[in-house]
Design a protein around this ligand. Structure first.
Ligand code: PLP
Length: 419
């Protein structure tokens, strides 16, 4: 352990029992290339606690049935579990009502839903949509497609060298042509937390709705959609210690009521004739077809699990890991940290002067360390920083200081070999 870092870490570790938390995650016991797994790819996806695995399996083992349709016992039990999850999620982000919580496949589908439904209805030729330089492709391409269809313009808020949004540029950019703003709450590539409240209040002063991509924020920051006053918010279950293939779109009820359906099919209808169809009430209007029932139940379980530990405790723990890791790598020769904002989630992106990120990732893999290397689905952001890719270590609730040491030692070995 690095001495300068140790006091803070030791005093905190008495309060936060990371060993106990690790016991809840079966995958953390596995070996990779003969070494204990050090999983530092949490921004890509998080591991799942036994509680989530059991709740999901339980559905398949004990009450697997389709929801909302059957009068039989299994269907009613499945419906109840599915809808209970919706309420857990509503409470987790403090939405006004459960009709504002739409189950989707994930952040990507949630953004596509808004771009397709709200966007097609409201965006006209010559209108402008604002996003930022650090957006994930999921929060670029759907808007680009919409702009191409409508002959509208996509405008990009620039960022500074630290990776922070230049708010004054946003102030200059917003005008009467602006019809929508969609920004990432916390960046998956840089880790910085954006001033979303300021962005929302400025946009609202022009009557412009704001969507937040909260894929990376939701497992680090307490989200209160009423307090944020965002119009839409998207996140994915799998980054929240829950299953893949399930996610959430939150939308203010007035927007959702006014929006046309995204997809047609079962469950989203009220009455169908060959002449016309009337649509179901919210949230079902946006949930066509059989959803990922087990996934929704698993996501509810993941939130229960997180709340038991406490999101604030998790965030505090991850911040210590980030601070510790940032100090430890800053001495390494030729290493440049990409994303040095003051307020960050547990993401550490870096680039070695003389070693390609792919080699960094492959070398570390043989040490049992899983990090992410590449463009992280943010190619324009990579271009902004003049790098083809970065290496990214991202921390979760179960990571330890010792694991950061394994990472840093691995990086030192890389420097010996490639340096
Ligand atoms: N937005 C951000 C900031 C992300 O980090 C990700 C995933 O990496 C996404 C959107 C897309 O999430 P998903 O692939 O779960 O739809």
């Amino acid at each position: 352990m690095h001495n300068k870092n140790s006091t803070l870490v030791e005093s905190y570790s008495k309060l936060y029992d990371v060993r106990k938390i690790r016991e809840d995650f079966p995958i953390l016991k596995i070996m990779v290339h003969g070494k204990p797994l050090v999983y530092l790819d949490n921004a890509a996806t998080t591991q799942k606690p036994q509680y989530v695995i059991d709740k999901t399996n339980n559905y398949y083992e004990k009450y697997n049935a389709n929801i909302h349709r059957g009068v039989h016992a299994l269907s009613q039990e499945a419906t109840e579990a599915f809808e209970s999850s919706r309420i857990i999620i509503k409470n987790f982000i403090n939405a006004l009502g459960k009709n504002e919580i739409i189950f989707t496949r994930g952040t990507t589908e949630s953004i596509n839903l808004v771009a397709s439904s709200y966007g097609r209805k409201n965006i006209k030729e010559g209108d402008e949509i604002i996003i930022s330089t650090m957006e994930h492709h999921s929060n670029i391409v759907p808007w680009q497609m919409l702009c191409a269809e409508k002959n509208a313009k996509l405008r990009i808020i620039p960022i500074n060298e630290e990776g922070e949004i230049i708010f004054e540029e946003f102030e200059k950019m917003i005008n009467e042509k602006t019809k929508f703003v969609s920004v990432v709450y916390a960046s998956n590539s840089l880790g910085n937390v954006n001033p979303v409240k300021k962005i929302i209040s400025l946009a609202h002063s022009y009557n412009i709705p704001v969507m937040l991509d909260a894929a990376q924020a939701v497992n680090h920051l307490k989200i209160d959609v009423q307090q944020l006053d965002c119009d839409f918010l998207a996140f994915s279950g799998h980054k929240l210690y829950g299953p893949t293939g399930i996610g959430i779109l939150y939308g203010k009820v007035n927007h959702l009521e006014a929006m046309p359906p995204y997809q047609g099919g079962g469950d989203m209808i009220s009455k169908v004739t060959f002449e016309e169809t009337t649509y179901n009430e919210l949230p079902h209007k946006f949930e066509a077809g059989t959803p990922d029932i087990a996934g929704a139940i698993g996501l509810g379980a993941a939130i229960e699990y997180i709340e038991k530990i406490g999101l604030e405790n998790i965030a505090y723990h991850e911040n210590i890991l980030l601070e510790y890791a940032t100090k430890a790598v800053s001495d390494l020769q030729g290493l440049r940290i990409i994303g040095t904002a003051k307020e960050k989630i547990g993401v550490l992106s870096f680039h070695f002067e003389n070693v390609h990120p792919h080699d960094v990732g492959t070398f570390l893999d043989f040490e049992g360390v899983a990090i992410r290397t590449g463009h992280h689905c943010t190619q324009p952001l990579m271009r902004r920083f003049g790098v083809p890719a970065t290496s990214r270590a991202s921390f979760g609730m179960y990571n330890t200081i010792e694991e950061v040491d394994v990472l840093v030692n691995g990086l030192k070995k890389i420097l010996e070999v490639f340096g």
